[in-house]
Design a protein around this ligand. Structure first.
Ligand SMILES: [Zn+2]
Length: 288
């Protein structure tokens, strides 16, 4: 999303009279069944550099509450987020050089797993960067490794701390941006480590870090007991929609705003009209 569109979005929320609540308060009100149709919470994933430079100062300036879900490994190590970077590279590779006869999405997933395995063999950055250059060359994707690394870099620990000191609500998004196979042990480890690193980074009690966002929106109900055990109060997905009373707090939908969404479309989503329209479409879809 461009800087201009982002500013227009915040103007729209203010002009249209939406009340932007801190996430924790929104969850309280949602649980109590007292949340109103004009009350919203703003959440932002990952902690990209552009988020820190452009978006967060604007929320602070407008005194508008916002929650930032931060994945910590790449913040603490100041390395680009590998799984997001590799996914982007492979998508560009398939777009720029369609492979005849190969299996489309399945082939992409296989490539992503293979390339991530190669990159993770070395933890130290210079070796990883050399491997990344080799991969870019092999794929024949027309992009510079420096640009790639800059685009997929997160805020530094200092940036995250400063944002929190200015009132941005920093919350959980796993340590390495993955829930692995979604079994209890890795899920517990990812969230507990993420929480511990953030608590140290922000000098805040771990108990204040209790809202979670599934990395890349991937989740199943199998992880709910672990979230409960870790006293997580809410978890957001990338499923699109609003959250009527009774919506499960570990499967919260969101409106994924982006450059290509028009203001009228955003308004339709916020009003709940789109959710009704989607349900109606499903209801009237002809059966096979
Ligand atoms: Zn993410």
């Amino acid at each position: 999303m461009s800087e201009k569109t982002f500013h227009e979005r915040l103007d729209f929320l203010e002009r249209a009279g939406y009340r932007v609540l801190p996430l924790d308060e929104a969850i309280d009100r949602h649980r109590a069944g007292t949340i109103q149709p004009d009350e919203v919470a703003v959440t932002i994933d990952d902690g990209w550099r552009g988020t820190g430079e452009v978006m967060l100062p604007e929320f602070v300036r407008r005194k508008m509450p916002a929650t930032l879900y931060v994945t910590t490994y790449y913040v603490a190590n100041e390395q680009p987020v590998l799984n997001v970077l590799v996914r982007y590279l492979v998508e560009r590779w398939s777009r720029e050089q369609p492979q005849p006869g190969t299996g489309g999405a399945a082939e992409e997933e296989r490539r992503i797993t293979e390339l991530l395995g190669r990159l993770r063999r070395d933890k130290a950055w210079p070796a990883r960067a050399r491997e990344l250059s080799r991969i870019v060359e092999e794929l024949g994707v027309n992009v510079s490794v420096v640009d790639l690394c800059n685009a997929f870099r997160l805020m530094t620990s200092g940036d995250v701390r400063a944002a929190s000191e200015h009132g941005i609500d920093v919350q959980l998004h796993t340590h390495t941006h993955s829930l692995h196979d979604q079994t209890a042990a890795p899920v517990r480890r990812e969230i507990a480590t993420n929480r511990q690193v953030l608590a140290d980074m922000l000098s805040t009690p771990e108990a204040r870090l209790r809202h979670f966002c599934y990395p890349s929106g991937v989740y199943s109900e199998a992880v709910f007991p672990v979230l409960r055990e870790l006293n997580v109060r809410s978890a957001t997905t990338t499923e699109v929609g609003i959250n009527p009373p009774g919506a499960h707090p570990y499967a919260l939908k969101r409106i994924l705003d982006c450059e290509s969404m028009s203001e009228i479309e955003l308004e339709a989503h916020l009003s709940g009209f789109m959710s009704i329209a989607q349900k109606a479409r499903a209801l009237f879809r002809p059966r096979a």
